[in-house]
Design a protein around this ligand. Structure first.
Ligand code: NDP
Length: 334
């Protein structure tokens, strides 16, 4: 599969270029950026043969079969529609768009064009999250009662910028991290939040956008989910807990990429570690995406998953702004 990168981004340089090149038969032919200077230096640094500031030029290349979109959030929608119209498969960063109508347009366009639209909600492809999902599927916790997600981190200094001060670019921790928590909860619990209550705050980094949020989600089954995300917590550890009638799971270090996660299962029989074979989640996303394109099947995180996880985040934002319980507006697409 021949790829074009749309966005000369940090996530591509730190994770996705390596993940694409780790797949047999995958090459990166183009990088598209808004700045010629940035595009040229990025292409040279990453050994990408061609660069352009004209998206149409890369999309006109018949060798390009897929694009990876990792521009700032407000650009995802237009760039994805252009790529789909050119017949390319699309792996789009989260949040996939800024609104339900944008996300729906992307999903319908990809369906009509017969191309794969996937969203890089990589956590559902992580070995730790998959190990937890297997335990839940096996009923190891009995009747589920609650889930707590800890995703308060320190935003690395090299990522300061649009995330902290540009609402129009989709900045703020809700667009950045709440969507990941929503997708992880939806994947693990296999249901979508029905109602949310929330608070958000600027606790030191955000300028015009929130850098911290806490919310509680009610699932249709009655399971309650607590989600905490922040950019301002240098010493906090990420993780999640899931509690049921027959057991509890304590997972630490599983909301960030890396091999150092640890999962503990506690039941009436005592406590035991849960082992899993670590593999890079981003590698797994790209491998799944390429297989989905080859087989004409849905990817691990589809456009509808991206839309629904975005709608949970949007409901969190509305709930925090209004102080009132909100229902995510998922729409009709399934
Ligand atoms: P970056 O700020 O590194 O890059 C985004 C865009 O900013 C670039 O594509 C580029 O726009 C512009 N840009 C950055 N540096 C320069 C520069 N020196 N000169 C000119 N323009 C520059 O963003 P991230 O990599 O942090 O995030 C990109 C996307 O990926 C976001 O949608 C984010 O939510 C998502 N993401 C997802 C993660 C995941 O785990 N799934 C993790 C991290 C991010 P242009 O190319 O148009 O010129």
């Amino acid at each position: 599969m021949n790829w074009a990168l749309i966005g000369a981004s940090t996530i591509a340089s730190e994770n996705m270029i390596g993940a694409i090149r780790a797949q047999s038969g995958a090459q990166i032919g183009w990088v598209v950026s808004g700045s010629a200077e940035h595009a040229a230096s990025y292409a040279e640094a990453h050994d990408i043969p061609r660069w352009t500031v004209d998206l149409a030029e890369a999309l006109a290349d018949p060798q390009v079969q897929a694009v990876y979109i990792s521009s700032t959030n407000e650009k995802h929608h237009g760039q994805a529609l252009a790529a789909i119209a050119a017949g390319k498969h699309v792996l789009c960063e989260k949040p996939m768009a800024l609104s339900r109508s944008e996300a729906e347009e992307m999903i319908v366009a990809a369906r009509d064009a017969g191309v794969v639209l996937a969203v890089n909600h990589h956590l559902r492809s992580s070995a730790a999250i998959r190990a937890i999902r297997r335990l839940l599927d096996d009923g190891a916790l009995g009747q589920l009662r609650s889930m707590r997600i800890f995703h308060a981190v320190a935003l690395p200094r090299h990522l300061y910028g649009w995330r902290l001060d540009q609402p129009a670019a989709g900045g703020g921790v809700i667009a950045d991290i709440t969507v990941h928590n929503a997708d992880t909860a939806r994947f693990l619990l296999q249901e979508d939040p029905q109602f949310v209550v929330a608070e958000k705050a600027m606790t030191g980094l955000g300028q015009g956008v929130e850098d911290s949020a806490m919310s509680v989600w009610t699932m249709p089954s009655g399971v309650m989910v607590y989600s905490h995300e922040s950019f301002t917590h240098p010493f906090a550890r990420s993780g999640l807990e899931i509690h049921g009638s027959e057991g509890s799971l304590y997972a630490r270090g599983v909301m960030q990429e890396g091999p150092d996660g640890a999962i503990e299962l506690v039941t009436a029989q005592g406590s035991q570690p849960v082992s899993y074979d670590w593999r890079g989640a981003y590698d797994a996303v790209v491998a799944d995406f390429m297989q989905a394109a080859a087989e004409g099947r849905a990817p691990a995180a589809s456009g509808v998953d991206g839309l629904r996880s975005l709608m949970v985040a949007e409901a969190v934002r509305r709930a925090a702004m209004t102080g009132k319980r909100q229902a995510p507006e998922y729409g009709d697409l399934t």
